[in-house]
Write a new protein. Structure first.
Ligand code: NAD
Ligand code: UFG
Length: 341
């Protein structure tokens, strides 16, 4: 199949691009590089020994999307293109609603014009909101989100579901990611956040490599076994494999399907620090700080539906995640800017 990856130069899109090509699919990427680098395209090509068709384009630009969709016989769209920093979304809600919702509407309108009937969407566990009990199951209703980023995901899910309800030819797969970490085992691809990392693993890795002095652990008085928050961390290459199964599922089904992509196993912030130290041999300095607003004490996935219906489950453990994150960070201490050491 030919898969169009909107936002495909980003962290999850780039790993998925490699996995798709290695599974025999072809890809086209469009990205405006607002949170990534053209260097990623070269590395995907290096890893797969194949040329990659890549366009520098804004997914909200309808004319550009139509040009790409008419130039290639696309079977499925994977929609990764979005702004994703939770804290920034509170400060700049309009930028988040404009970019994320507009990109989704533009893709759906262009797909309709170009007779493309299949879309896989990057959703998030954040749509379960604050009220649902964990583990989260796909049958639960979407909840109240604590920030505009989360609301964009919730609204985009609704838009996609409505589009599928109105067009019986359309297949929508909503993938609710839990906490993706890790990197491609080669160390050529990984997570390269701009500025100060918001997420735990890139922060830990940057402390280990000497770019940051210490990690601040947000709260240690939560009602969890060690007092720090627990999350369902999933290796980005397992997530990428889930996308390959999703695109194949979308080709055979119509309507909307929702899948959690997680491991079903929660780990605390202190578990992550300890596992990272064990796998890198480097000490990670940390201090306890106050709780971060909006953080839930813990949540994890019920990952049964993806296992039963997609035949997918995560195969990499926390040691694999930490080892690969460290391998990426130590080979690319300044991310994609420096190239490999
Ligand atoms: P990322 O920022 O690394 O990748 C997103 C890519 O989209 C970037 O390359 C960025 O340049 C591009 N982009 C953004 N807006 C665009 C636009 N208008 N036009 C063209 N390109 C655009 O993020 P990621 O971690 O790879 O996440 C991918 C998707 O998964 C996002 O939608 C994100 O919200 C979602 N998600 C991520 C996580 C996570 O923890 N990483 C968790 C749940 C959901
Ligand atoms: N944390 C710290 N210090 C840091 C960064 C994070 O202690 O410097 C803690 C957080 O308090 C939280 C845990 O590490 O307890 C994980 O935090 P992340 O920011 O890495 O991840 P979140 O669970 O907050 O959010 C992530 C994504 C969201 C997504 C959500 C659910 O960033 O986009 O998972 O999928 F919505």
């Amino acid at each position: 199949m030919l898969v169009f990856l909107a936002g495909g130069a980003g962290y999850i899109g780039s790993h998925t691009a490699v996995e798709l090509q290695n599974s025999g699919h072809d890809i086209v990427i469009a990205d405006n590089y607002s949170n990534s680098s053209p260097e990623v395209i070269k590395r995907i090509s290096e890893l797969t020994h194949r040329d990659v068709a890549a366009y520098e384009a804004d997914v909200c630009d309808k004319a550009a999307m139509l040009r790409i969709m008419t130039a290639h016989r696309i079977d499925c769209v994977m929609h990764f293109a979005g702004l994703k920093a939770v804290g920034e979304s509170v400060k700049k809600p309009l930028a988040y609603y404009r970019n994320n919702i507009d990109a989704t509407l533009t893709l759906l309108e262009c797909m309709q014009k170009c007779d493309i009937h299949s879309i896989v969407f990057s959703s998030s566990a954040t749509v379960y909101g604050e009220e649902n009990p964990y583990p989260y199951v796909e049958t639960m209703p979407r909840g109240r989100c604590s920030n505009p980023y989360g609301w964009t995901k919730s609204m985009m899910e609704q838009i996609l579901e409505d589009a599928a309800r109105a067009d019986p030819r359309l297949s929508v797969v909503l993938l609710r990611y839990f906490n993706p970490i890790g990197a491609h085992q080669s160390g050529l691809l990984g997570e390269d956040p701009q500025g100060v990392p918001n997420n735990l693993m890139p922060y830990v890795a940057q402390v280990a490599v000497g770019r940051r002095d210490h990690l601040t652990i947000f709260g240690h008085d939560y009602p969890t076994p060690d007092g720090t928050c627990r999350r369902d961390y999933i290796h980005v290459m397992d997530l990428a494999a889930g996308h390959v199964r999703a695109v194949e599922y979308a080709a055979e089904h119509k309507g909307t399907a929702v899948f959690n992509l997680g491991t079903g196993m929660p780990y605390s912030v202190l578990d992550i620090v300890t596992a990272f130290e064990r796998n890198s041999g480097v000490r990670v300095r940390y201090e306890f700080g106050p709780r971060r607003e909006g953080d839930l004490p813990e949540f994890w996935a019920d990952a049964d539906k993806a296992r039963k219906i997609l035949g997918w489950s995560a195969s990499r453990n926390l040691d694999d995640m930490c080892r690969d994150s460290w391998n990426w960070q130590k080979r690319n201490p300044a991310g994609y800017k420096t190239g490999c050491l």
